[in-house]
Design a protein around this ligand. Structure first.
Ligand code: ZN
Length: 318
């Protein structure tokens, strides 16, 4: 499971792999010799005919670098991959809320000394001193891994607290709150081209290519388990329909945003004729795996040796 093939200045969620390292991964995968399209792996799983040590490559979210950087490299090595697309940002000059939030809270040159806002019925208050970003703070923010490390500065702590409360709320409220945060920080609604999603034309081409195919990842990337079944259904159905209209193909694979789902989600996915759905749990797919809870391994920015050992060798199934 990849997300971005890029070198952003900071990567607090550890989801960016540099183009050079990604090419090394593809070399390792090519020499492993057992990469199959995800459709084939899911089909074999459904038929009880999984081949040992099959590997499928996936990407989540739909960042533009998937098309501009990953796709040409996949073609160079003739390796197939499936791209799970959060459709709401396709063709939009917009960033995902978590990227924009990171840019504002961790990297704005100056912020007001005090933050106080109620988000998701939680009062979030933080004293930011010094409010100006020093070179030393900036360095700490660049190095911080939010998924594994405690926040090293008040700004990091504030980011994480806001992120936790924005993650479960409806997309409309996320955008309302984000606007309040922009106003508080004194920044406009800007979006960095490197953080945008694919254009409609790029998505269309991605769907047409023989090596790459498309799966659903909802419209607004919600934490599905935090929402009522009707909302979940709307997110799944609308993203599926959008992708089917753009690609002209049937979309029957799904990846849950944040790997987050509840007992309603699989039933809804089945009702909507998805054939399989993927989580972010780090496990191999086995014969007995639930087809709506197929696991994946997150791939970090590893070099050839680390990737071969940690991602390929340690997870082999025989
Ligand atoms: Zn995602």
């Amino acid at each position: 499971m990849y997300h971005r093939i890029a070198e952003p200045e900071a990567d607090i969620w550890d989801i960016a792999v540099s183009p050079a390292q990604f090419e090394k991964h593809l070399q390792a995968l090519k020499s492993a010799g057992n990469v199959v399209p995800l459709q084939e792996l899911a089909g074999r799983h459904a038929d009880g005919a999984l081949k040992k040590n099959s590997i499928a490559i996936t990407f989540d979210d739909g960042y533009a670098d998937n098309f501009r950087v990953a796709k040409p490299l996949l073609e160079k090595y003739q390796l197939p991959a499936t791209f799970f697309i959060a459709t709401g940002n396709i063709g939009q000059a917009a960033e995902f809320w978590w990227d924009e939030l990171e840019h504002i809270i961790l990297f704005a040159e100056k912020l007001p000394a005090r933050f106080s806002m109620r988000i998701n019925n939680q009062l979030i208050e933080e004293e930011l001193s010094p409010a100006a970003l020093t070179a030393q703070m900036r360095q700490k923010h660049i190095l911080w891994k939010a998924c594994t490390e405690a926040p090293p500065t008040p700004r990091c702590r504030l980011y994480y607290r806001i992120w936790e409360q924005l993650k479960p709320v409806p997309p409309v409220e996320q955008q309302t709150q984000l606007q309040k945060i922009r106003d508080w920080a004194g920044v406009g609604k800007g979006s960095r081209p490197d953080f945008q999603s694919m254009s409609l034309a790029e998505l269309k081409e991605m769907g047409k290519s023989r090596l790459t195919d498309i799966g659903a990842h909802t419209v607004s990337h919600p934490a599905l388990a935090s929402h009522a079944p009707a909302f979940q259904k709307k997110e799944l159905a609308e993203s599926k329909l959008f992708l089917e209209e753009v690609t002209g193909e049937r979309i029957d694979l799904l990846a849950y945003p944040y790997g987050n789902f509840n007992k309603d989600t699989a039933r809804i996915a089945a009702d909507l004729n998805f054939s399989a759905a993927f989580t972010t749990e780090e496990q191999v797919v086995k014969r007995r795996s639930d087809r709506f809870q197929l696991a994946r391994f997150k791939v970090k920015n590893l070099n050839y040796g680390q990737f071969s050992k940690k991602t390929l060798w340690q997870n082999r199934t025989n």
